[in-house]
Design a protein around this ligand. Structure first.
Ligand SMILES: [Zn+2]
Length: 413
C-alpha cells in the first residue's frame, strides 16, 4: 500500500508522477509532466470560480484538498492499492469524499474536464453534505467543468465556441443526433434520471442543459443555488422543493427548455439566447402588433400570450446583413440560399408557437415546429401560446448580424 498523498519512497518503485497544488494532490501516469502540472494549475484556478459560483465563504474550503488519481493504466493504480474495493467500476471518473479517480481520455481537454467534474462532486460532498439527485449532481458538475483555456487562465462555465477546442467531449454531436431522431427529453424526464445512472454522455449532456437553464435566467438562478444546500437529499423531496418554489415560472421554463434544446450548439451565447417570455405576459387583445426582429439575437417574443383558437396573420418585411466579408450578405425574410443552416437558408425569418401549458405526458419532446415566414403567412394557434421569432443563422455566427426585420401581427377575422 502506498499512503495516499505521501511521496513514494522510491520514484522507481511505482513510476507514478506526483504533483501537489493548493486544492489538489495529483497522482498520475499521464504522458507528460507538463500535462500533469497543467491539471494541477487548472484545478487550483477552477476552485475559486466554483467558490464564487456557489457563494461559499472561501475560508470554508481552507481544509479541503482532493486526492486525485488520473489514470491511463488503471491496473497499475489497482496494483498499488490506490483504488479502494468499494469504488465501483466506472466509465469516466468517480468521486468518494475527497478522493477522485479519472480515466485519462484521448484529449487533454476531456481529461481535464473529467477531473474538474469529479472535483465539483467532491466539493459538494464536503461543503453541502451531498450533491443532490442525479440530474443536479451531474448537471452542476458538468456546468462547472466545461471550460475555456487551461492552467491559470482557465474559465469555467463556458460553452465551447468550437468543436476543435474540445476534442472528444462530444456533447453537441450527440444532441444533434437526438434532435434528428426526435429524442429530446422533457425537463421532467431529465429531473427523474435514476440514481444508479452510470454516466453516459447523453444523460450527462441533458443534465448539464437542465442545470444550465436554471443558471442562465436570473428568475431561476437563486433557486438553483438554494437547492445545492439541500444536497444531502437525493430523493424526490429535492425536486419537489425546487418545483414548488418555481411553480409559477414552470410554463415559461418548459417553453425555454424546448427552445434551448433545439438550439444548443458550439458558440451558443446566453447573452443573445435568453428568451424574454413570462407566464405573466398579458393576453393579446387582438390589436395589431408591429415587431422588430433583431438578427443578432435568439428567439424573440411578441410580448403577449395569444389566446387559443385564434388565427394569426404575419406580414414580414425589412432587410438584414449576415456578414460583411468579402462583401455584405443582405437578406430579406425568405433568406439567402447561398448558405444553409439546419436545412434552411440563412437569413430566413422563422416563427414558433409555444403553448403556455407545460404539460406533456410523454417523456420526450415533440420536435420544435418551426414555421418559415418568407411572405404573408397565417398561423393557427390552437391553445394559449407565446409566438416567438428569430432569423435563421448558426448560433455561433450571430455577432456580426445587423439590420432588422419588421413583422406585422394581426388577427385573421
Ligand atoms: Zn459525475
Amino acid at each position: 500500500m502506498v499512503a495516499v498523498g505521501q511521496a513514494p519512497s522510491s520514484a522507481l518503485a511505482d513510476q507514478l508522477l506526483r504533483r501537489e497544488g493548493r486544492f489538489i494532490r495529483l497522482t498520475t501516469d499521464v504522458n507528460s509532466v507538463a500535462e500533469a502540472e497543467t491539471l494541477v494549475e487548472s484545478f487550483d484556478a477552477a476552485v475559486p470560480q466554483w467558490v464564487d459560483f456557489w457563494g461559499i465563504p472561501e475560508d470554508d474550503l481552507a481544509n479541503w484538498k482532493v486526492d486525485a488519481f488520473v489514470m491511463r493504466d488503471k491496473s497499475e493504480f489497482d496494483r498499488q492499492g490506490l483504488i479502494p474495493r468499494r469504488v465501483p467500476d466506472f466509465p469516466f471518473g468517480y468521486a468518494l469524499g475527497n478522493r477522485v479517480w479519472v480515466l485519462a481520455q484521448q484529449s487533454e481537454y476531456y481529461t481535464r474536464h473529467l477531473l474538474l467534474h469529479e472535483g465539483v462532486h467532491s466539493l459538494a460532498f464536503f461543503h453541502f453534505g451531498g450533491a443532490g439527485p442525479t440530474w443536479f449532481r451531474e448537471g452542476t458538475a458538468e456546468l462547472l467543468a466545461t471550460h475555456h483555456a487551461a492552467g491559470a487562465e482557465i474559465e469555467i462555465n463556458k460553452i465551447p465556441d468550437d468543436r476543435d477546442d474540445v476534442p472528444y467531449w462530444g456533447r453537441f454531436k450527440l444532441m444533434q443526433q437526438l434532435r434528428t431522431s426526435s429524442d429530446i427529453p422533457t425537463l421532467d424526464t431529465v429531473m427523474r434520471y435514476r440514481p444508479d445512472l452510470k454516466g453516459d454522455v447523453e444523460s450527462y449532456g441533458w443534465s448539464w442543459a437542465a442545470v444550465m437553464i436554471f443558471d442562465a435566467y436570473p428568475e431561476y438562478r437563486d433557486e438553483l443555488l438554494a437547492a445545492a444546500r439541500l444536497g444531502r437529499d437525493d430523493g424526490p423531496g429535492f425536486n419537489q422543493q425546487l418545483r414548488q418554489r418555481l411553480q409559477n415560472q414552470w410554463p415559461g421554463l418548459s417553453a425555454r427548455w424546448k427552445l434551448m434544446c433545439n438550439d444548443l450548439d458550439y458558440g451558443f451565447d446566453w447573452s443573445r439566447e435568453r428568451v424574454e417570455l413570462s407566464p405573466r405576459n398579458p393576453r393579446w387583445n387582438g390589436k395589431p402588433i408591429e415587431l422588430a426582429i433583431a438578427p443578432d439575437r435568439g428567439w424573440q417574443s411578441t410580448g403577449v400570450r395569444i389566446p387559443g383558437g385564434v388565427k394569426v396573420r404575419l406580414i414580414p418585411s425589412g432587410q438584414v446583413t449576415l456578414a460583411d466579408d468579402p462583401k455584405p450578405w443582405r437578406s430579406e425574410p425568405p433568406g439567402i440560399t447561398f448558405r444553409y443552416y439546419r436545412g434552411r437558408p440563412i437569413g430566413q425569418l422563422l416563427a414558433c408557437v409555444l403553448p403556455n401549458a407545460a404539460g406533456t405526458a410523454s417523456t420526450s419532446l415533440h420536435p420544435l415546429r418551426v414555421i418559415p415566414v418568407v411572405k404573408e403567412t397565417v398561423i393557427d394557434v390552437p391553445k394559449y401560446s407565446w409566438l416567438v421569432l428569430r432569423v435563421n443563422d448558426a448560433v455561433s455566427e450571430l455577432g456580426d448580424n445587423k439590420g432588422e426585420y419588421r413583422l406585422q401581427v394581426t388577427v385573421v377575422r
